[in-house]
Write a protein that binds this ligand. Structure first.
Ligand code: URA
Length: 233
């Protein structure tokens, strides 16, 4: 997050007016990482600095927001735009928060992705210890045979690790569902490739208890408190 003047940051956090925040700073009532700072123009970073006023920790000025997005294909999960390419954050034109995606989907993958400004939440979701299952629907160019299903269920080496799906199920001639826990880059495509299946479309339909539901491509909805709770239960 960009650096902010201490007085401005405190005011934005709702502590008091800018002028009153300057007074607090001059009076030696404000600490940055335990050190009393008497300079209103001292720069702070909400991501890394701990600010206290009279010993009480000040919460970041940014309200934490959480969205469930139906990512359309063709959008990249990044905060730094490569050239003129479309990025997921283009789908949130009216927001002032510094959003980022929770993990990534490939450019051509569509479906459910979480978008937030809460790094702690994002880390919890991504961390392997959370054991959150991700479910994908995969459309293939070929008809899926029992041999394909057998090979899919064996998994594949992704980076340095063997990834074995939690489950694989054929749902139509050229469509299967696959559940994985790992969250490794290109994992479903790599597993499909090992089974000699060509992926025509890859859609993430579930993360833990969160379902893509009826959101249209490019649409998003806020997560409820209940959604967040269930994700880690
Ligand atoms: N697995 C993939 O291969 N691609 C994705 O985008 C997500 C999971």
């Amino acid at each position: 997050m960009e650096k902010k003047r201490l007085s401005k940051a405190l005011a934005a956090a709702g502590i008091a007016s800018r002028r009153a925040c300057e007074e607090l700073i001059f009076e030696g009532r404000v600490q940055v990482n335990g050190e009393t700072i008497k300079l209103p123009q001292h720069h702070i970073d909400w991501d890394t600095d701990r600010i206290t006023v009279d010993g009480e920790t000040v919460k970041t000025e940014q309200k934490k927001v959480y969205y469930l997005l139906n990512k359309p294909p063709g959008y990249i999960c990044t905060n730094i735009r490569p050239g003129k390419k479309k990025i997921v954050l283009d789908l949130f034109p009216d927001t002032n928060e510094r959003l980022f995606t929770v993990g990534r989907l490939d450019k051509e993958t569509n479906g459910l992705i979480l978008v937030t400004n809460d790094g702690h939440f994002a880390n919890r979701v991504i961390h392997p210890s959370s054991n959150i299952i991700k479910e994908y629907v995969v459309k293939t160019l070929q008809e899926i045979t029992p041999e394909h299903l057998e090979t899919l269920s064996q998994g594949a080496r992704v980076d340095d690790k063997w990834v074995r799906p939690v489950s694989v199920r054929k749902i139509r001639k050229g469509t299967f569902r696959i559940c994985v826990k790992e969250g490794k880059k290109h994992e479903v495509r790599i597993i499909a490739e090992r089974a000699k299946l060509k992926v025509a479309e890859l859609t993430r339909v579930r993360i833990g208890s969160l379902l893509l539901g009826t959101l249209q491509e490019g649409e998003y909805r806020p997560l409820t408190e209940k959604d967040k709770e269930l994700l880690f239960s």
